[in-house]
Ligand binder design. Structure first.
Ligand code: ATP
Ligand code: MG
Length: 328
């Protein structure tokens, strides 16, 4: 039987990049035969968060966003990472068989430092917690963004080191599932770089009305007039439209932009269509989100039920590890 597992960051409002690159594929996988485990990575968020109220809000926001967009807690064990603390015990055991060099090679650590983050020890040993998060549930498959591929490989290495060190089959080797379509794996932001919270170029998934108009207006354009024929590849707005439009409609817009002339749409038209389709795509999700925000007890209930199942599973694996290394 396949077991799918993935984590969700809880460090801010989820944006279109998170949607296409992580949330949508996660939610789609629940249709696959097998077991499904998804957690909200609040311990990970603590590597940078110094705002208790903000952290709580972000956890709720992530939970609500996933549920609003169709995550089915009957099919998926959905919980908050810190509710199953067995992973922190496993993280310790795994870090005791891991060389410093492995952590030093982590891209995400190097990137965060390059962006000016103060290197705390938690940030440095993050891959051990991530390995524990994964291995605690014996998953066969781990759907992750391209940016997390290295962490899954590190997880495989740590699992193998632990098994070899204690000559026991404690941890199963998980395989990553990575989106191969670059448009989805690397959704662009309003400035044309990869969409990222830390670049301030995001569009919030549930943005609507004036806020959405403002965000879409931020998408970089140039001063070429509508009638000038243009290669659609040179128009950043198309990187957004292609995420949403049916292929037939997309082609129509592309043809008109390529041909130019009096009938060609200007950037304002393209933006108008983009706003419309974003409103439409997430309308139901926005409504469901409002409902869930108004019923926090329901969200708490879902997370508590998930935590119970997660603890049960993680305890089995934790006990296997304790025994293998002689702590029990
Ligand atoms: P930060 O700037 O702090 O790194 P972020 O905006 O990049 O934040 P993450 O929390 O790193 O968001 O992303 C969570 C997951 O969402 C990633 O592992 C990846 O799968 C997906 N993701 C993030 N940004 C994009 C993007 N632009 N395109 C596709 N997927 C993305
Ligand atoms: Mg990122």
């Amino acid at each position: 039987m396949n077991t799918y597992l993935s984590g969700i960051q809880s460090s801010g409002l989820l944006h279109l990049g998170n949607w296409f690159g992580a949330m949508r594929p996660h939610i789609a996988l629940q249709e696959m035969e097998g077991e499904h485990f998804y957690f909200i990575a609040d311990y990970h968020a603590l590597t940078t968060s110094r705002d208790p109220e903000g952290l709580k809000q972000n956890v709720r926001e992530a939970a609500v966003a996933y549920l609003a967009m169709g995550l089915d807690p009957k099919r998926v064990t959905f919980w908050r990472q810190s509710d199953a603390p067995q992973v922190t015990e496993l993280a310790w055991m795994l870090s005791c068989v891991t060389g410093m060099g492995l952590f030093e090679r982590a891209h995400s650590y190097k990137d965060k430092i390059a962006k000016g983050a103060k290197p705390n020890v938690g940030l440095f040993t993050y891959p051990a917690l991530m390995a524990a998060d994964i291995l605690a549930f014996d998953p066969t498959h781990v759907p992750v963004g391209a940016d997390q591929k290295q962490h899954v490989e590190m997880t495989q290495d740590m699992a193998a080191s632990f098994n070899a060190a204690f000559d026991a089959e404690v941890f199963r080797r998980p395989e990553p599932i990575i989106e191969s379509d670059d448009r989805l794996a690397k959704v662009v932001g309003t400035d044309g770089q990869k969409m990222s919270k830390s670049y301030g170029n995001t569009i919030w998934l549930f943005e609507t009305g004036k806020g959405l108009k403002k965000a879409v207006n931020q998408i970089t354009t140039d001063s070429r007039p509508p009638e000038e024929p243009k290669d659609p590849a040179s128009v950043l707005l198309f990187r957004f439209l292609e995420l949403f439009l049916e292929p037939g409609e997309l082609t129509e817009w592309e043809v008109r932009v390529r041909e130019g002339g009096a009938d060609a749409p200007g950037y304002g038209h393209l933006k108008g269509r983009l706003i419309e389709i974003i409103e439409e795509t997430f309308r139901e999700g926005r409504e469901r989100r409002e409902e869930l925000l108004g019923d926090p007890a329901e969200v708490d209930r879902v997370l508590a039920a998930g935590a119970e199942r997660a603890i049960e599973r993680a305890t089995l694996v934790r006990d296997r590890a304790l025994e293998a290394c002689g702590l029990r």
